[in-house]
Design a protein around this ligand. Structure first.
Ligand code: AMP
Ligand code: MG
Length: 330
């Protein structure tokens, strides 16, 4: 395996592009039928499973020995009462893989049930489920980890608006980073690449903060207090999914803080929610630690057991933010 991870990058890009075509068509079809309902998880499930099947199949063909640790498995989907969902997933996967059977789709999904090892891939087939349901931001996040460190990250944000943060009219962005090689942004079919870099803001009041839309996913009140302490008066950008890492990496926002909400103080972050995003920001010149300044440790398991919360900055602001946060944490 070359140190440049060329084959890994190319394969991951191909897999994530195929999955994003699938998720976009699920989102379009459902929006067309006006059938996306906030309470109804089934459209998400179809896109989740389909994305995971396509990515695992493509990865496994190229790297049959690499474990994949992904968010979903086929246990629920293969139950008789979900046969209609399984047919839908099979239909969407069949666009990329004609004549695929439902049985194969389940097998491909379960290629994602690997274990953490020295070298493994981690995948969130749809990150930001709630954003996906609303038609807002979501991401497909794939990363390769070796020796506890992320080496390659590919993040598709199909609804991101280039150099803006709202809306869904834009063409989306595909973000790619490999250790020591910098960070690139492509369009959604993998063309027109440009190197991206974090902001060079070094005065906290000028920084824009980004955070989850969902109050259950991080402590919004704490972020308000942090902003006040840092002299930030501009409202924070609320955005679903690892698209937050993408806008850090392009310099649009400069601080992303995610501390467990008081309702779920024991919550520990999942590896697939941060692997791809974190290497993207690091390779764009920024810094990623947990809430108390420790590096993220991807060797522990599906959860970042050795870490508490997440702090992402452009690097220049990092120690100031971690210090300010330290004075607010219990
Ligand atoms: P976001 O879109 O940034 O709010 O993050 C979405 C991710 O939050 C999902 O992929 C979940 O894995 C994760 N998540 C679910 N519950 C929690 C929680 N209580 N605290 C933090 N993150 C969570
Ligand atoms: Mg997720």
């Amino acid at each position: 395996m070359s140190i440049l991870y060329q084959q890994e990058k190319e394969t991951a890009i191909r897999a994530v592009i195929a999955a994003s075509i699938l998720t976009k068509s699920v989102q379009n079809d459902l929006t067309g039928k006006h059938s996306i309902q906030k309470e109804d998880r089934s459209p998400v499930t179809v896109a989740d499973y389909g994305s995971q099947a396509v990515i695992c199949k493509i990865l496994n063909e190229a790297f049959p020995d690499d474990p994949i640790v992904a968010e979903e498995d086929s246990r629920d989907l293969s139950k008789p009462e979900h046969s209609e969902n399984l047919s839908q997933v099979t239909h969407y996967v069949g666009v990329s893989f004609p004549r695929v059977s439902s049985e194969e789709v389940c097998q491909w999904i379960d290629l994602g049930s690997g274990s953490i090892s020295h070298r493994y891939w981690t995948l969130d087939p749809i990150d930001g489920t709630k954003g996906f349901l609303r038609g807002d931001q979501y991401a497909i996040a794939l990363a390769l980890i070796e020796a506890g460190t992320v080496r390659v990250g590919v993040l598709a944000c199909p609804n991101i608006v280039p150099s803006s943060h709202g809306g869904k009219e834009g063409r989306g962005g595909l973000f790619v980073a490999a250790r020591g090689q910098g960070a690139l942004q492509f369009d959604m079919i993998g063309n027109s690449s440009r190197k991206i870099r974090v902001s060079n803001i070094n005065s906290p009041p000028q920084a824009l903060l980004t955070e989850s839309v969902e109050p259950a996913h991080s402590d919004h009140q704490l972020n308000l207090e942090l902003a006040e302490k840092l002299g930030i008066v501009r409202q924070s950008i609320r955005m679903d999914s690892q698209a937050k890492y993408a806008i850090l990496a392009t310099g649009e926002a400069s601080i992303y803080v995610r501390i467990p909400s008081p309702q779920t103080p024991e919550y520990r972050e999942k590896i697939w929610d941060h692997a791809a995003g974190s290497i993207l920001v690091e390779e764009a010149g920024g810094k990623v630690t947990d809430g108390v300044g420790r590096g993220l440790d991807f060797r522990c398991g599906k959860r970042l057991e050795g870490n508490y919360g997440i702090v992402v900055t452009n690097g220049l602001l990092h120690s100031t933010v971690v210090k300010a946060l330290g004075s607010l944490l219990p």
